[in-house]
Design a protein around this ligand. Structure first.
Ligand SMILES: C[S@@+](CC[C@H](N)C(=O)[O-])C[C@H]1O[C@@H](n2cnc3c(N)ncnc32)[C@H](O)[C@@H]1O
Length: 165
């Protein structure tokens, strides 16, 4: 058993500032093998924690310009898309985390596009809800589609894709 699997199985958390939506995904999916995507990877800080927290079978990492540090973590389950998020072609995912451009028009595009790639019963989440552009886009999207948004620690938000929708 790998160290990550061991920590996950016994719910041992070494990183204390884990993001709230990651914790929600851990509770919801437990040890289920997941397809995950992150939009906006930068140096891979959150991506590395997602690898530890969840049992990821396929990890789709999208960033127009990630740092060199991000590539040090390359794991076998990762697929990189070095392009704008609007151009990446990912499969249906159980968990998608939006943290790319924080400009209103870009967040709006990410929300509309990636919602379609969330499996029924999956989670669409994101970071930096404290920014006006991000919160405006998330609130408008949820309102338009009659969806319930959750807000949590570490500036996270998330929406669970109800099976009935
Ligand atoms: C806030 S950082 C991501 C931080 C990372 N999610 C974390 O928490 O560790 C934002 C990243 O989004 C990328 N980005 C910005 N606009 C983008 C776009 N339109 N498409 C894809 N990536 C984009 C930037 O290159 C940057 O690396």
């Amino acid at each position: 058993m790998s160290i990550n699997n061991f920590l996950r199985k016994f719910r041992i958390e070494i990183i204390s500032n884990r993001r709230e939506s990651t914790k929600v995904a851990m509770e919801k999916f437990e040890d289920e093998p997941l397809i995950v995507a992150e939009i906006g990877v930068e140096d891979g800080y959150n991506a590395r924690d997602l690898q530890k927290a969840l049992n990821i079978k396929e990890f789709h990492l999208i960033d127009i310009c990630p740092t060199k540090k991000a590539f040090k973590m390359k794991n076998k389950n990762e697929k990189w898309y070095l392009c704008p998020s609007s151009e990446a072609d990912v499969p249906k995912c159980d968990f998608i985390y939006i943290d790319g451009s924080h400009e209103f028009k870009d967040v709006k595009i990410d929300l509309e596009k990636y919602w379609e790639f969330v499996e029924e019963g999956g989670i669409l989440a994101g970071h930096d809800i404290q920014y006006l552009d991000v919160s405006k886009a998330v609130l408008q999207f949820a309102n338009k589609n009659n969806l319930e948004i959750n807000f949590g620690d570490r500036r996270d938000w998330w929406i669970i894709k109800d099976k009935r929708r």
